[in-house]
Write a protein of this length. Structure first.
Length: 367
């Protein structure tokens, strides 16, 4: 049996404004939080006991996932915070420090533990990864993906020997300085003896502190080079790209909700669409209680969140509308993420509603 740990205590500052009101693991993909797909995937592979460390907007996570019974798992939470001038404020302990905090509290990690970041989509064969970990006699394993040489500067690179034993790490090296093309995916397997090495009561990071310690101590620490889908949402531009891939059906186990009424067009309940006078080119999902007026045009991949309103003559192309977003008459939105309060283009550039320098007009559809 393998236990699970999901790292979900960060603030997600690199994907603002998406995380202005949501923890990063709760950012939606096809109407579900990113982390829900992780929990479903862990459940499919028999990981039934899962701890989640939380901090920023932690109640949002806890209220949504509860005890995990909806997914056939048990979920527990470890809050990371501090008292600051009489107020309790989020204060993450670092990726490794949060794990040690749980271990000091209860000794929960008493067998092989799978550690995942709560903001990535994966379809890793967890069972195969655990079997390789055990077959090598590893106390720690890091799952990596081979990336093109010109992409190494975006990742932490793992440098192994010929047997796969980790020798060193390089954090976002320049291509000419990279000693490896194996990028760490933030997926780890740890034995309890590794967790015991993490110092108690202090902030401690897996990549920059724990891993160098394992290398220095010459412990059996291996990299696994696996072929699987790993979709990291590190930046707002990544989120837009992920939505496009998912809507095109390129990611396993992520199926379009709703009812397919035309090839490549899915809708929820209670929609109001003048089908004879709108143009909709899939793949497109249109959520419940959406109103689309005559003359509007939607070109997929596109996601129209529930309660949204697209006015006459408006055009939405390769974009995602969050719930309750109204697009103004004759407005053209292309390759954007749009909420009632802001819109972000595919490069991550943000404009807020009411900005006099912006020609686009959109609003909150609830009023």
């Amino acid at each position: 049996m393998t236990k699970g740990m999901i790292l979900a205590a960060g603030q997600g500052t690199r994907v603002r404004p998406l995380t202005k009101d949501l923890p990063k693991p709760m950012v939606p993909i096809l109407g579900k939080p990113v982390m829900e797909y992780l929990i479903e995937h862990m459940a499919r592979h028999g990981v039934r006991e899962i701890m989640i460390n939380v901090a920023y907007l932690h109640r949002t996570v806890e209220h949504y996932f509860g005890d995990g019974s909806r997914w056939g798992v048990e979920i527990g939470y470890s809050y990371e915070g501090a008292l600051d001038h009489g107020d309790i404020v989020p204060r993450p302990r670092g990726s490794a420090g949060g794990i040690r905090h749980i271990q000091d509290f209860s000794g929960f990690f008493d067998e092989t533990t799978l550690v995942l970041c709560g903001d990535a989509l994966i379809d890793l064969d967890i069972g195969a990864a655990v079997r390789e970990h055990k077959a090598k006699g590893a106390v720690a394993s890091v799952v990596a993906l081979d990336v093109p040489p010109d992409q190494v500067q975006y990742y932490g690179m793992v440098v192994p020997d010929a047997t796969g034993r980790v020798q060193s790490f390089q954090e976002k090296p320049r291509p000419e300085e990279a000693k490896s093309t194996l990028a760490s995916t933030g997926i780890y397997l740890f034995e309890p003896s590794v967790i015991d090495l993490i110092p108690s009561g202090q902030d401690f990071d897996i990549g920059s502190q724990l891993f160098p310690m394992l290398v220095e101590k010459q412990m059996p620490f291996f990299v696994q080079n696996r072929f699987f889908n790993w979709i990291d949402i590190g930046r707002v531009s990544d989120y837009w790209s992920v939505l496009q891939r998912v809507l095109r059906g390129e990611v396993a186990h992520m199926n379009m909700p709703g009812r397919e009424v035309r090839p490549g067009v899915w809708i929820g309940l209670n929609t109001r669409i003048d089908w004879d006078h709108v143009t909709i080119e899939g793949p497109v999902y249109i959520g419940s209680s959406v109103k689309i007026e005559p003359g509007a045009r939607i070109v997929g991949p596109a996601w129209i969140g529930h309660g949204s309103h697209i006015r006459a003559g408006a055009s939405v192309t390769r974009s995602a509308l969050f719930d309750y977003t109204r697009i103004g008459q004759n407005m053209v939105f292309s390759e954007m993420i749009v909420s009632p309060d802001y819109c972000v283009n595919s490069r991550g550039e943000t404009v807020y509603r009411g900005d006099d320098n912006c020609s686009l007009r959109w609003s909150d559809a609830r009023a």
